[in-house]
Ligand binder design. Structure first.
Ligand code: 1DF
Ligand code: MN
Length: 357
């Protein structure tokens, strides 16, 4: 089986293809967000995972950090130029991680309103190129529920971005479930995106440099999805839908063991926190989740995930600007796959999930 990496130095230009390429996990930042981050980082007590992540990108002179900061802040010329060069027709944008989730509650609640307004304005400037997800402050679930409603009804966005844990707390805690109720009521799927690792998880990953997108992000976000599933969230909210990036944070590959050990654990009554739920973990994955390939331009992994989830549940994402590798688009165009499945992957699933016309 081939494991080919993209040609970074000298990518071929994108081909004309009979489908629209929609990239579904594309990040941006606002200057106001970076200003708030600057103040948080200036304090001695900033969350260490956040300091390691955004503290790095905001201060490093490295080419990678400079490219990322420029890309995050641009919603116009540079963004569209990079999309054109990679053959990306449309980008579904989300405020970059951890968005408001690292802020104090009052700051977070008011910040997301302005940021969602800014995103909606950018989409109005480029309606055929940009779509967006609603940012929320999970710190205040009631306010978050209102912002979801406003984002859908007033701003025309039809999905929600949540960057995994909020200051070490997980959405499996019923105190957050007003958010799920609002997402369900507004028919808005929640994209559960990675965050920097929380303090309780950080050290063994960070000391070896594996806390970030290379590995730690996937472990922690996969854990978060499993906590939501095993807490019975989808029994309580049967129409709730979620999206996972990075090939489902590897959960499809785990599915057999998750199902086997979940039933064994329930039966053993080992943990009060693992109670019976209506279905197997894999059934919730297949019935409630969509998966994007962000960061994984690997044909065999995509096909395995399509086989497991159904071709109607796997979508394309680039993860701009963090993984801006235009040659990956060529590699994905070249996948040996029926055109109809490729069109679902690049175009029609995203049109349906994000209500893009
Ligand atoms: C990185 C990767 C950063 C992803 C991200 O947001 C992010 C990174 C701060 O490489 O540091 O969204 N990603 O999704 O893979
Ligand atoms: Mn991302």
């Amino acid at each position: 089986m081939e494991l080919k990496l993209p040609n970074l130095a000298n990518p071929a230009a994108p081909q004309k293809v009979p489908y629209r390429r929609i990239a579904t996990e594309e990040a941006f930042a606002t200057q106001e967000m970076l200003d708030i981050y600057g103040k948080i980082l200036a304090r001695g007590d900033a969350d260490p995972g956040f300091r390691g992540l955004m503290g790095f990108y905001m201060s490093s002179p490295s080419e990678r950090a400079q490219h990322i900061m420029r890309g995050l802040l641009d919603l116009d010329q540079l963004r569209l130029q990079h999309m054109d060069a990679a053959g990306v027709d449309m980008a579904v944008l989300a405020l970059t991680s951890p968005a408001a989730q690292v802020m104090d509650k009052a700051t977070a609640v008011s910040f997301v309103q302005g940021a969602n307004d800014e995103l909606a304005a950018a989409i109005r400037r480029h309606p055929t190129r940009l779509a967006g997800m609603i940012a929320i402050a999970p710190q205040d679930p009631v306010a978050a529920a209102k912002e979801i409603e406003r984002g859908v009804s007033k701003l025309g966005m039809h999905s929600v971005i949540i960057n995994s844990h909020t200051q070490g707390e997980y959405l499996s805690d019923p105190k957050f479930w007003d958010i799920f109720a609002a997402a369900e009521a507004n028919d808005a799927p929640i994209y559960l995106h990675p965050n920097a690792l929380p303090p309780g998880m950080l050290q063994p990953f960070q000391e070896c440099g594996l806390d970030g997108a290379i590995y730690g992000f996937g472990v922690e976000t996969g854990l978060h999805a499993m906590r939501i599933i095993t807490a019975g969230v989808f029994d309580r909210f049967p129409k709730l839908r979620m999206i996972l990036g990075h090939m489902g944070e590897a959960l499809p590959f785990w599915a057999y063991r998750l199902d086997y050990m979940h039933q064994a654990t329930v039966k053993s009554q080992r943990y009060p926190s693992i109670q019976p739920i209506k279905k197997r973990p894999s059934e919730y994955l297949r019935e409630h989740f969509y998966i994007t390939n962000s960061g994984v331009a690997w044909e065999q992994a995509i096909k395995f995930t399509q086989d497991f989830m159904g071709t109607d549940r796997v979508m394309y994402a680039m993860d701009y600007p963090y993984q801006y590798a235009p040659d990956e688009v060529n590699m994905l165009d070249a996948m040996a796959m029926p055109l109809e499945h490729k069109r679902q992957f690049f175009q029609t699933n995203a049109e349906t999930v994000f209500k893009i016309r």
